[in-house]
Design a protein around this ligand. Structure first.
Ligand code: ADP
Ligand code: MG
Length: 678
């Protein structure tokens, strides 16, 4: 038997990877590049690092495994340390943004791809590592794609230079069974190791509850709940996995399921199997990890488990026992929207290949069923064949700054697995120029190097550094921290609770002056921090205590980075006299001046970045329905549904941005293009 088997008391299936152990270890020994592929759940993520560790690979360095998602990095590290019988954070640890759970003993380190990119900034040779494993490469996350290019260059260069140390660094790339030929071709035609998998058939059914005309509405939440309940009352035993797009939606769906499932009368129910209750479990990225762990536990006898998840359950995490998948057909995506010229979070239809991935989750342990709430017409008309890689659809600003700091000046001819369109690169260069991170010739400025040290979006970093130079970072640090954690405000799905929570949130806004969402965040942070019992304060004000705890920790970490940077002799120092409220808004202006809009007709605003897009204030803002009293506003982010909504807003004065706005038009794209080709 396999040493790890004993833990899997509720698992009577062998992982397909077990039988490949020796061959796999040998393949890693023999190659500096290797592609490993296998169905989701075959054991790649949890087992391969253990094999390499057990066969002595850690003698000359750590094994680093990247994940596109932080939840995956954390839960997998937990699982692996448990399988090996170690305490988490000792031999096996993880590092994600703002949360480092590793020690000097750590030899197997799971981390997000963003963390590894940051580590390369500090140590371009990755001296501490013997092997880097890039996992979930098929997801094509921006950071993983950039790492692929960087590590390919690095390893090929060191092959030539014969330096013995860097020669020993190995790169293993793991992926579900998609595009492996392309990966191998990219990595000097390296071998592809396929783990033969076993999957069961999945019956796929279109439920016809939504069609092409519903592509921009959110009716799918209701329909998904309906289908999940139908599955629960009509189908034989087996757990359900529901795919939705994000936290608030998932919480709403769980509330609805909970209400309705309570009223099922099992005595009169027609099903002749022993399903008596429904255990409803949400699963999304920003969820507390001890709750996430629950989704892996088998449900009590006679109870059916229903996991309501984001796309995270499509490939990063495998939940055993799933027999039914309910697919909403939608996903939340971060895109750079060229129509409005902004980075936007959009709820969009998934691709057909993504839908197949989701359906496959029902066939892991036995044959299963997938219920697609949409129609075949929706599938044909609204769903693209493949998901476009992130590098071709999101803002490249942060990664291009990283590349520039690493000395990659020609960011157009960087070895991308799929090249982004040139206009995306130009937008990024323009943004970096606008916030003074690069100069007119495309070289990183001192400020740019300081900015690259912060694990924050460039605009927010710029605002924070402005505050620090004015000596008022105490105002901006909490705001930056609050913007870096997800959903502070609890918005319950049940109407009677909704009223109560909204009233409390309004009260917090009024205390903060009523019309500045950033000031509301600051107020929540300070009030909670000053409270004797912060957790009780949160409960009382309908604030997520967990999110607040991470905000406190993030604030401290950002402060530490700032303290270190302030010792730099070139750290800028400026002076300004003004009220706290004005200081806050002025600092925000210096980072977010590209996100400025002016009141236009009715309740709409018009952006000032040259696109002149029409935007609306999102209902979650404290300024919602106060549009008539506003003139100029600044916003943090954009959500596109049937309209373009801006969220987290404050009113500003034109004089504050008057001198900054021309910067938006100062450089012509072709000017920077020659810079990029330099
Ligand atoms: P792959 O990377 O090939 O998709 P994994 O190594 O993630 O496969 O998963 C292998 C098995 O380990 C799966 O059956 C999965 O359910 C199980 N597993 C992974 N993480 C946990 C966990 N935290 N608790 C329980 N089981 C887990
Ligand atoms: Mg995996």
């Amino acid at each position: 038997g396999h040493p790890n088997r004993k833990l899997d008391s509720h698992n009577d299936d062998d992982l397909p990877i077990f039988r490949q152990r020796e061959k796999l270890i040998q393949a890693v020994r023999d190659n500096s590049f290797l592609v490993v592929t296998g169905e989701t759940g075959s054991g790649k993520t949890t087992q391969l690092p253990q094999y390499l560790y057990q066969s002595g690979f850690c003698r000359h360095g750590k094994i680093g495994i990247t994940q596109p998602r932080r939840v995956a990095a954390i839960t997998v590290a937990q699982r692996v340390s448990q399988e090996l019988g170690y305490d988490l954070g000792r031999q096996v640890g993880y590092q994600v943004r703002f949360d480092d759970c590793t020690s000097q003993d750590t030899v197997i380190k799971y981390m997000t791809d963003g963390c590894l990119l940051r580590e390369i900034l500090a140590d371009p040779d990755l001296k501490q590592y013997s092997i880097i494993i890039l996992d979930e490469v098929h997801e094509r996350s921006l950071n993983t794609d950039i790492l692929l290019g960087l590590l390919k260059r690095k390893l090929l260069q060191s092959r030539e230079s014969l330096s013995s140390r860097s020669k020993s660094l190995k790169l293993v790339v793991m992926s579900a069974t998609l595009e492996t030929g392309k990966l191998s071709a990219f990595l000097a035609d390296c071998p592809v190791f396929s783990i033969p998998g076993r999957t069961f058939s999945v019956t796929e059914r279109f439920c016809n509850l939504i069609g092409p005309k519903d592509v921009e509405s959110s009716v799918y939440v209701k329909e998904v709940v309906k289908v999940a309940l139908d599955v629960h009352t009509c189908e034989p035993a087996g757990d359900i996995l529901v795919f939705l797009t994000g936290q608030s939606e998932i919480e709403k769906a769980c509330d609805m399921l909970y209400d309705k499932a309570e009223s099922i009368d099992y005595r009169y129910d027609v099903h002749d199997h022993s399903v008596e209750g429904l255990l409803i479990l949400p699963l999304y990225g920003s969820m507390p990890t001890d709750q996430q762990r629950m989704i892996f536990q088998p449900p009590p006898a006679g109870v059916r488990k229903c996991v309501v998840a984001t796309n995270i359950a499509a490939t990063s995490l495998t939940i055993r026992g799933i027999k039914y998948v309910v697919d909403s057909g939608f996903v939340k995506q971060l895109n750079h929207n060229f129509r409005v010229g902004l980075d936007t979070l959009e709820v969009v239809p998934i691709s057909k290949s993504e839908a197949q991935q989701r359906a496959g989750r029902a066939g892991r342990t036995s044959s299963g069923k997938c219920f697609r709430i949409y129609s075949r017409e929706f599938w044909e008309k609204c769903m693209p064949d493949y998901t476009i890689p992130e590098v071709q659809r999101t803002s490249l600003t942060a990664v291009i700054l990283t590349l520039k700091c690493l000395g990659v000046h020609d960011v157009i001819r960087f070895p991308y697995l799929d090249s982004p369109e040139e206009k995306y690169i130009l937008v990024a260069l323009k943004q970096l120029y606008q916030c003074d991170a690069i100069d007119r010739r495309g070289h990183v400025t001192t400020l740019g190097r300081l900015m690259a040290e912060f694990p924050l979006p460039p605009g927010l970093t710029r605002a924070l550094l402005k505050a620090a130079s004015l000596g008022c970072e105490d105002i901006l640090l909490p705001v930056a921290a609050m913007l870096s954690v997800e959903n502070i405000f609890i918005r319950p799905g049940r109407p009677e609770k909704q009223q109560e929570s909204e009233q409390k949130h309004r009260q917090l806004a009024t205390q903060a002056g009523g019309c500045n969402d950033f000031a509301v965040l600051l107020n929540v942070f300070e009030k909670c921090k000053a409270s004797d019992t912060p957790s009780a304060w949160c409960r009382d004000h309908w604030i997520h205590w967990r999110a607040m705890k991470s905000a406190f920790s993030v604030e401290k970490q950002l402060r530490d980075i700032l303290i270190r940077l302030k010792q730099h002799p070139d750290f800028p120092v400026e002076k300004f006299d003004g009220s706290r409220s004005e200081l806050l808004r002025r600092c925000l202006c210096s980072g977010y001046f590209a996100n400025v809009a002016r009141r236009s007709v009715g309740r709409t605003f018009c952006t000032m970045d040259g696109h002149g897009s029409v935007v609306h204030i999102h209902p979650s803002s404290a300024l919602f329905e106060q549009e008539a009293q506003l003139d100029w506003i600044l916003f943090h982010d954009v959500l596109v549904t049937s309209r373009v909504y801006v969220r987290t807003i404050c009113p500003i004065r034109y004089e504050w941005v008057k001198d900054l706005l021309p910067k938006l038009h100062e450089v012509e794209p072709h000017e920077l293009s020659s810079v990029a080709r330099e």
